[in-house]
Design a protein around this ligand. Structure first.
Ligand code: GL9
Length: 819
């Protein structure tokens, strides 16, 4: 295969040309943003050739392909990673430096396309990158939200949400493809018509429609010339309808239809592990699913004429239940447009769709009121009802007389359409995202379904891409790894195990600690600039960055900080290693306790950071607007990775893997993928605490946990909780944190006090934190553990995850791209 030979002079000439053509400027007149655009277009030129060649390879090699359907793709910035995967990053950096330009600053001009909330959306982005790198044909299917995840501002300690207009300067890495537009229909009614051959046909009438227009983004594989495609859909009004409507004198409807198109893709719902149940959300789901399925089928039919063989060439992976209407949409097209019988259509559908579950949180389970669902999608609802009718017959045949099963498993029940049940009934595969999570699905959450379809259930432990989260985020460490063990880890992370022999090498330990220090300096500088807080890069950087959610227990972390501070005040000479507690988290806009926790962290930070008497031994930092780009720097700088969710609640976690790969030690519960991290690296190289998932589940079942007993018997905990309501951290409004206090103790205010067992795990957490401190004092021991963490992160590459999806679920063919 030909390497992309990089020509510095030609690259710079191209950038200059782009600045001239785009802005009628010379390079020295251009702003940083303009230079970012020009550099991006130059890089895009390189990508385009590979992209074309990849499409040619698809046509010629006719591989089976996966359509990864997801409401969210949390891509993060593209420029840097595209250059890394084109193997031109360092060369471009040098070329730009020679003409006085700084690549870091240029990269910093790119908005983070934040078309996702958190782990689920970032996983989809890592998966696309791994698919391209492994040489599989893949399309990501999603929505081109005009406003992605909101920008977070911290004002007076409170979170304020600001719209993120990421498209305002134009996004260089997208391509509008109007020739692949499709109509998507909403509402109206369904008329049955008997054809001449005596078949019944169903026709949707009096509907509103929008035009789905795709924007394609390139997904560049690492060094293999493969460029897959992320298609994200924009909504435009159907032009012709307006006139039609005026003709019919239906002005109102024409306006409604315009508004539908305008509102549809306006904004991403900012909820993590929680469903808002809004009608517009269901519209978004059907909109992108219908358009994607139509495009996939059109592509298939261009190359194949037997629709029955669709499962040999196409698979739809449903990223959580959000795109599950795909099942019914595929049925609709096969029945109504392809004219297949129910059994033929069902056979194809159930061999084409597969479902991934990402959470056991009850409030995240999607259920749509029949009223909304049937009004919005009348034909789809008919089909779902028929799937349900047949599914209930199957349940009854399998478990005769067990009416409880029907009640628990039906797709349509209690006035609701249950999307997970539909996905499991129709999917040929159901997978969880970490070993423990999959076991909980099989034994608890989806036990009834597991009894009916044991063969469908499988585990695919999540992973992350080392190209972004080591090569791009932590170049010093990446180079150091390569110097010691070569480059193989870049495309096969299992090779990073070779690093293990350096864990006890004094020189390697020194070098590692020095790189960590450099990365801590980089972050300390950022914190100084953005928070005005001076942090000591020699202190332990103890980090919890992730969405704010009660089950993730940021509250446990900050309560422990309050406890430590009390200890330090009482025993000023106690043995203590300086600590910087770093938080970063967005709270869903309507999630009160989550937002209050942010305020608490900031108030605690204010008090502690300004208390001279503790000599800066504790610092608390809340990083504003936590997002992919800053995350890369944070992982690189972390010593301690806080993964402290209530056991059983975090399906997998993926931040835990990013920290590990960057040589941070996990302080965590036996939850999600933490279990497998400890399995890989060994208990002695992590700090594990707290209840097991079995214990948590048993308490939940028996309802026998009483936090009040702990409050009454543990004076340190009591003191910390009292500080929530005595104005210690909020003198002007002593009642400010009352709701947090109540959430822990007061059954009047929450169904169960301390739902997430914060007080129950507190002592065990505090004890684990002590072990962290002791361990850090032994610098060599710490370096050894850190290096072992990196060396044992091999399993957690999304390349491994994708290969498992391919082997067990998708059965894709590899393609090769010649250039
Ligand atoms: C999540 C889980 O909570 C995480 O534990 C898991 O790692 C990711 C990816 O599998 O999926 N499920 C979920 O709803 N979210 C997750 O992060 N939340 C969102 O990002 C919307």
């Amino acid at each position: 295969m030909k390497e992309n030979v990089f020509n510095k002079e030609a690259f710079i000439e191209d950038v200059k040309e782009n600045v001239k053509n785009l802005y009628r400027k010379t390079l020295d007149e251009a702003s940083q943003q303009e230079i970012f655009q020009a550099v991006s277009y130059t890089v895009k030129d390189v990508i385009i050739d590979d992209w074309l060649a990849t499409q040619k390879a698809f046509d010629k090699q006719d591989p089976k392909m996966v359509y990864y359907m997801s409401m969210e793709f949390l891509m993060g910035r593209a420029l840097g990673n595209n250059m890394i995967n084109l193997k031109m990053y360092k060369e471009v950096k040098e070329a730009l430096e020679e003409i006085g330009l700084n690549l870091d600053e240029i990269e910093d001009q790119e908005p983070d396309p934040a078309l996702g909330n958190g782990g689920l959306g970032r996983l989809a982005a890592c998966f696309m990158e791994s698919l391209a790198t492994l040489g599989y044909a893949a399309y990501g299917c999603g929505i081109r939200y005009r406003y992605g995840m909101f920008k977070q501002k911290i004002k007076d300690g409170f979170q304020v949400e600001v719209p993120d207009n990421w498209l305002k300067n134009g996004y260089p890495f997208e391509l509008r493809r109007p020739e692949y537009s499709y109509e998507v229909k909403f509402g109206g009614y369904v008329r049955a018509e008997v054809t001449e051959e005596g078949k019944t046909r169903f026709i949707q009438e009096n509907y509103q429609s929008v035009l789905a227009v795709p924007y394609d983004m390139p997904i560049v594989g690492y060094g293999n010339h493969v460029v897959d495609t992320l298609m994200i859909w924009d909504a435009e009004p159907m032009e012709c309808f307006e006139l039609d409507s005026f003709d019919k004198g239906d002005y109102h409807k024409a306006v409604e239809q315009e508004n539908l198109a305008r509102n549809l893709v306006e904004v991403l719902y900012p909820n993590d592990n929680h469903i808002a149940g809004k009608e517009l959300r269901l519209k978004q789901q059907y909109f992108f699913v219908s358009a994607s399925v139509q495009r996939a089928l059109a592509r298939y039919k261009k190359h194949h004429d037997d629709i029955h063989k669709l499962p040999e060439k196409v698979t739809f992976q449903l990223n959580d239940t959000h795109p599950t209407v795909a099942v019914a949409e595929l049925m609709r097209i096969l029945l109504d447009e392809e004219g297949l019988s129910w059994d033929e259509a069902w056979e194809i559908t159930t061999k084409t769709c597969a479902y991934t579950n990402h959470t056991i949180m009850a409030e995240a389970l999607e259920k749509w009121p029949i009223e909304i669902f049937s009004r919005l999608l009348p034909r789809i609802y008919q089909i779902v009802e028929e799937i349900n009718r047949r599914f209930i017959l199957q349940i009854q045949a399998e478990f005769p007389g067990d009416n409880g099963k029907v009640a628990r498993m039906a797709i349509v029940y209690d006035g609701q359409v249950k999307m997970a049940h539909l996905a499991i009934a129709a999917g040929y595969s159901v997978n969880g995202v970490a070993k423990l999570h999959t076991e909980i699905l099989k034994n608890e959450q989806l036990h009834d379904f597991y009894e009916l379809f044991p063969q469908k259930f499988n585990n695919k432990t999540n992973g992350i891409t080392q190209r972004r989260f080591l090569m791009h985020g932590d170049p010093l460490l990446a180079d150091w790894v390569s110097e010691h063990i070569g480059n193989d880890w870049i495309t096969n992370l299992a090779h990073i195990e070779k690093l293990a022999i350096y864990a006890t090498d004094k020189k390697a330990q020194q070098e590692f600690m020095n790189i960590k220090y450099q990365n801590k300096l980089r972050l300390a500088k950022y914190i100084k600039e953005h928070n005005g807080i001076e942090v000591d890069p020699r202190s332990i950087f103890d980090v919890q960055v992730k969405r704010l959610h009660e089950y993730k227990r940021q509250l446990l972390n900050i309560l422990h900080v309050m406890y430590l501070y009390n200890e330090l005040k009482e025993h000023p000479d106690m043995d203590f290693y300086p600590r910087t507690f770093i938080f970063g988290a967005k709270a869903a806009a309507g999630y009160k306790n989550a937002k209050l926790t942010i305020k608490l962290i900031n108030n605690v930070a204010d008090v502690i950071n300004n208390d001279r008497s503790i000599n800066g031994k504790i610092k608390v930092v809340f990083i504003e607007d936590y997002r992919v780009s800053i995350a890369e720097w944070i992982f690189a700088a972390a010593d301690v990775s806080e993964q402290i969710s209530t056991a059983s609640k975090e399906a997998s976690g993926t931040g835990n893997m990013k920290f590990m790969l960057n040589g941070a030690l996990t302080l965590g519960t036996m939850d999600g993928a933490n279990v497998e991290i400890v399995e890989e690296v060994g208990k002695e190289n992590a700090f594990i605490f707290g209840m097991s998932s079995d214990e948590v589940i048993a308490h939940e079942r028996n309802r026998d946990y009483d936090p009040m007993q702990i409050f009454n018997s543990d004076q340190d905990i009591r003191k910390v909780l009292m500080q929530l309501i005595n104005g210690f951290y909020s003198p002007n409004d002593p009642e400010l944190f009352r709701d947090l206090y109540n959430s822990l103790l007061n059954t009047q205010c929450t169904q169960f006090a301390d739902t997430y067992f914060i007080l129950k795990d507190f002592r065990s957490y505090a004890e684990a934190q002590k072990r962290v401190m002791e361990a850090y004092k032994d610098e060599e021991g710490w370096a050894k553990s850190a290096i072992l963490n990196i060396a044992h992160a091999g399993k957690f590459s999304s390349d491994r995850t994708i290969q498992e999806y391919v082997d067990d679920i998708w059965h894709l063919d590899k393609i090769t791209v010649e250039v």
